[in-house]
Design a protein around this ligand. Structure first.
Ligand code: NAD
Ligand code: DAU
Length: 360
């Protein structure tokens, strides 16, 4: 049974990826190494551990723990590594950048080092792949036109995107210097089930449900290119199976939206779902608040390469997948309560202050 090592699999995209891959590749076994920071939740995958113990193993640990990494690689001899583990929230990187350096840069370097040692020890198997999951934010900010391609110069704005840019450079260096069979994906904003409610879409969904104010940064005109997380999982599977070592693939949803339009759409959807009949009821909760420092204006991905070379294109329409996401949050109130730990409450209180209170 081919085995894959996944790092950061208890987070948002990792959880969706593990569930997806175990379904579409019944012959695969997955080992999930996760440090369970505030953003990780092993319970997301508890049912898998119970239902298919031979195909799913959870290991609690840090990618900076080189002894642990070496032990897992020796035990499991994975055919590939999919590296999600990261500090991922831009606002937190502005308040506390060092955690981003420790995990995203140093942690990635340690993981590359140990994976390369194991790959060489095993005789450099030609079908081994290391897939580094990165972000479009490494490219910086676009004006009203144009798209990021795989050759766009790196120009990161936040400590988060700078740390991801550094990790991409390390991955590329491992390929050029050691011939290590690594690949990079740079993806746009994801949304879907299991996303931690510090990010725009789940934060707004929960605040609308609870009639709390909806904090929109700046003028709300910043544009993101939204991708449903299952589309991302399918793209990662294609890269893992058919991507070429040393290559970079951009992944995007082709669904550019202004933040204010996303928030208004969520208000309308939830008003309908919750039977809030007075027209525009939830949109009255919208508050324009101070802007994020260094806030990138627009992201937009040119995904022509992955389409031409690997045949991947997004399958889900934004409106349809957004409605499915809203329904998932409405149906999983117990999940929301379980991740709203003391740490989460402290972050919301310190970042949003008095805006985090019910007004309806
Ligand atoms: P997330 O914050 O939801 O999950 C991160 C996971 O990594 C958590 O389970 C956490 O416990 C784990 N982790 C953190 N530090 C660790 C460490 N030192 N050792 C082991 N595990 C650790 O993040 P996400 O949104 O699922 O993003 C996953 C990856 O995809 C990240 O690398 C991110 O940069 C990238 N990405 C995210 C998006 C997006 O829209 N969310 C888009 C493009 C790329
Ligand atoms: O582009 C890919 C990136 O997308 C990933 O690499 C990151 O890990 C992921 O967090 C995401 O980054 P963003 O900063 O774009 O996502 P976030 O959900 O934090 O913000 C989306 C937009 O919404 C952004 O323009 C800031 C704005 N925003 C966000 C929050 C949390 C608000 O207006 N109000 C808010 O309260």
């Amino acid at each position: 049974m081919p085995t894959l090592l996944v790092t950061g699999g208890a987070g948002f995209i990792g959880t969706n990826f593990i569930r997806h891959l175990l379904t579409v590749r019944p012959a695969w076994r997955l080992v999930n190494l996760d440090a369970l920071t505030y953003a990780g939740n092993a319970a997301n995958l508890d049912d898998l551990a119970a239902r298919m113990p031979a195909r799913y193993r959870f290991v609690l640990g840090d990618i900076n723990d080189t002894d642990l990494l070496a032990r897992i690689l020796a035990e499991e001899k994975p055919q590939g590594v999919v590296h999600f583990a990261a500090e991922s929230h831009v606002d937190r990187s502005i308040v506390g950048p060092l955690a981003f350096v420790d995990t995203n840069i140093t942690g990635t370097a340690r993981l590359l080092m140990i994976c390369r040692e194991a790959w060489e020890h095993d005789g450099r198997p030609s079908d081994f792949r290391f897939l580094h999951v990165s972000t479009d934010e490494v490219y910086g900010s676009l004006g009203p036109t144009g798209y990021f391609t795989e050759t766009t110069a790196y120009d990161p704005s936040s400590p988060y995107s700078a740390s991801k840019a550094a990790s991409d450079h390390l991955v590329r260096a491992w390929h050029r210097t050691y011939n290590f069979p690594a690949m990079i994906t740079n993806c746009s904003n994801n949304y879907g089930p299991y996303q931690f409610p510090e990010k725009l879409i789940p934060l707004m969904i929960l605040n609308i449900i609870e009639k709390k104010e909806l904090p929109v940064y700046g003028d709300g005109g910043n544009v993101r290119d939204w991708l449903y997380v299952i589309d991302h999982c399918e793209a990662l599977t294609a890269v893992l199976e058919r991507g070429k070592a040393g290559q970079t693939y951009n992944i995007g949803g082709g669904a550019e939206r202004r933040n204010i339009d996303v928030v208004r759409q969520l208000c309308a959807l939830l008003d309908q779902r919750l039977g809030r009949t007075a027209n525009g009821q939830s949109s009255r909760l919208i508050r324009f608040v101070g802007d994020r420092p260094g806030h990138d204006r627009r992201y937009a991905i040119d995904a022509a390469k992955i389409k031409a070379e690997l045949g991947w294109a997004p399958r889900f329409q934004f409106e349809e997948a957004m409605a499915a996401t809203v329904d998932w949050y409405l149906a999983h109130r117990e999940w929301i309560e379980s991740i709203r730990s003391g740490e989460y409450r402290r972050w919301i209180a310190s970042h949003y202050g008095s805006i985090d209170s019910a007004v309806g």
